[in-house]
Design a protein around this ligand. Structure first.
Ligand code: SF4
Length: 212
């Protein structure tokens, strides 16, 4: 192991000392917060008549769920480590983004589904590796160029640490990140968009060189 990597791992180990307690202390400030708007928006998503409308309400619910906690998160404008990892996007969302941004959609993408996951050799690992280290095609000058239309996966990624240390991509090492637990939003998205949805990394749906 080279010196740079060992120094990085040391820093990470030190950071994790007491991190869970610090995150719990931060979240304690939100205990008892009124979540009725978030719940109502998820309900509107569940009752919407089309997949596009469901995605619309899921986006609103995600914004509401993460708005207040953003003040204590590590995520900042100009920080784009999570734009260099895999971003799993469903076909329904990819079609919406294509329509909203005018960017051509690669209709051949969508290799992953909930139903076919057992047909692949470790499909989750393959999807997880797909975007590692590669910038998202919508990342421009270290900022999201389609912020209003970004996927749910991007909206639901909130690091509750103090800074970006644990998000940094270092070859030969992967770190855990204390993300805000938004499992109910992820689960609602899978269920409401339909179990038959095809998923793929955002780079597959919108390959470089396919801009309008
Ligand atoms: S869509 Fe935007 S926020 Fe999401 S990974 Fe791409 S550049 Fe980053």
């Amino acid at each position: 192991m080279n010196e740079k990597l060992s120094a990085h791992i040391e820093k990470i180990d030190a950071r994790w000392q007491g991190l869970e307690e610090r995150v719990h202390a931060k979240l304690a400030g939100f205990a008892g917060a009124d979540r009725s708007t978030e719940v109502r928006l998820l309900s509107q998503a569940a009752h919407a008549s089309t997949v596009a409308k469901r995605v619309h309400w899921l986006r609103k619910a995600a914004e509401t769920a993460t708005r207040d906690v953003a003040a204590v998160a590590a995520c900042r404008k100009g920080c784009a480590h999570c734009c260099r990892i895999t971003v799993a996007v469903s076909r329904a969302e990819a079609q919406m983004i294509a329509k909203e941004t005018g960017r051509p959609l690669n209709r051949q993408a969508g290799a992953f589904t909930v139903e076919n996951q057992n047909d692949f050799t470790d499909p989750k690992a393959r999807l997880a590796a797909a975007g590692f280290g590669k910038p998202c095609p919508f990342l421009k000058d270290e900022a999201c160029s389609i912020y209003a239309f970004r996927p749910l996966a991007c909206r639901l990624q909130v690091n509750l640490d103090e800074d970006d240390l644990l998000c940094q991509l270092v070859e030969g090492h992967t770190s855990s990140v204390p993300y805000l637990n938004l499992m109910e939003h992820h689960a609602a998205a899978v269920v409401l968009m339909g179990q038959g949805q095809a998923y793929d990394d955002i780079r597959q749906w919108f390959p470089e060189g396919s801009s309008k």
